[in-house]
Design a protein around this ligand. Structure first.
Ligand code: GLN
Length: 297
């Protein structure tokens, strides 16, 4: 019988002993959240929830379950993101499919959703929304779910397969028009009440300094924002003015050092008002919002 390192030769290789072994391996690999990752991967290997996991600490794993778990831990030791191993990521308390072709949604991106919903609360329906660089589709899908009268266009240069699958899964595929194209080469077909984007914003030369999970496994086209990280903002800000309704909202996620640059890009464009920077729950600048100037504004 094959035995896991650190787990005694024993007929009963329990869930707890496997978790302890995995935690130890992940600590050695300098993974930031070793216990959590081990638990998530265990739950996935056994096809049960994490809560159920806690209920059966003494459960003995079958040989196949043990193999499934072990291979997942080995992938994680090589710094493959948990989301790529499980194929899913939770966002806005919903589950989304992800893979190596799309950026795994980050918790701080929920701030962008919150701010858009807050700003649109007073809009009378229907609301026309454009999501630039939709990736896994999370932003478009959540806005479609939260605003029942919304009509959404979502543009993405690389594969739309994951976004389409997620839209079907959350039953909003009929309300989102997916466009497979480079956002810089497409007619956006406005006007919109809201244009939003979480574009690539990492400075090209800093990509190699990202965590191995990001650097080795996440799609570079979703991360690389050019020399100073601002290429997409520089392109989108003036064009959005042509594609927004009067008083319409432009909303971005930004890197936490980019707020000042973003505000001056928007001010330099002259067509925006009510420019606002919002912090995430860690206190970092994360979202910038502005409204297109109204004739009387
Ligand atoms: N927040 C992501 C990261 O730091 C970057 C996302 C982006 O470029 N839009 O990995």
């Amino acid at each position: 019988m094959e035995v896991l390192e650190g787990v005694k030769m024993n007929r009963s290789q329990t869930l707890t002993s496997f978790l302890n072994w995995a935690q130890h391996k992940l600590i050695q690999a300098e993974i930031a959240s070793p216990r959590l990752d081990a638990e998530v991967l265990m739950a996935e290997s056994l096809n049960i929830s994490r809560t159920e996991l806690m209920t059966y600490p003494g459960r003995v794993l079958s040989r196949i379950e043990a193999e499934n778990f072990r291979s997942r831990i080995e992938r994680r030791v090589l710094r493959e993101p948990v989301s790529h191993i499980t194929g899913v990521q939770e966002f806005w308390s919903l589950e989304f499919s992800v893979n190596e072709k799309v950026l795994t949604p980050r918790p701080e991106t929920e701030i962008l959703v919150e701010q858009c919903l807050k700003a649109l609360a007073k809009n009378s329906s229907p609301v026309k929304i454009l999501d630039l660089g939709t990736g896994s589709g999370v932003l478009a899908i959540i806005l479609a779910k939260e605003i029942s009268q919304s009509q959404i266009t979502a543009i993405e240069k690389s594969s739309l397969e994951v976004a389409r699958k997620n839209a079907m899964r959350h039953a909003v595929a009929d309300r989102i028009r997916f466009v497979s194209s480079d956002l810089m080469k497409t007619d956006w077909k406005g006007p919109y009440h809201l244009i939003l984007s979480n574009p690539p914003y990492i400075e090209s030369e800093n990509l190699s300094k990202c965590m191995p999970e990001v650097r080795q496994y996440e799609p570079v086209h979703a991360l690389d924002g050019g020399r100073d990280g601002l290429d997409f903002y520089r392109f989108i800000i003036p064009r959005a003015l042509e594609q927004l309704e009067e008083g319409g909202l432009l909303a971005f996620e930004i890197g936490h050092t980019q707020a000042t640059a973003l505000v001056s890009l928007m001010e330099g464009c002259l067509g925006y008002q009510d420019i606002q920077v919002v912090q995430d729950y860690s206190g970092y600048d994360r979202v910038v919002l502005a409204r297109k100037r109204t004739v009387n504004g």
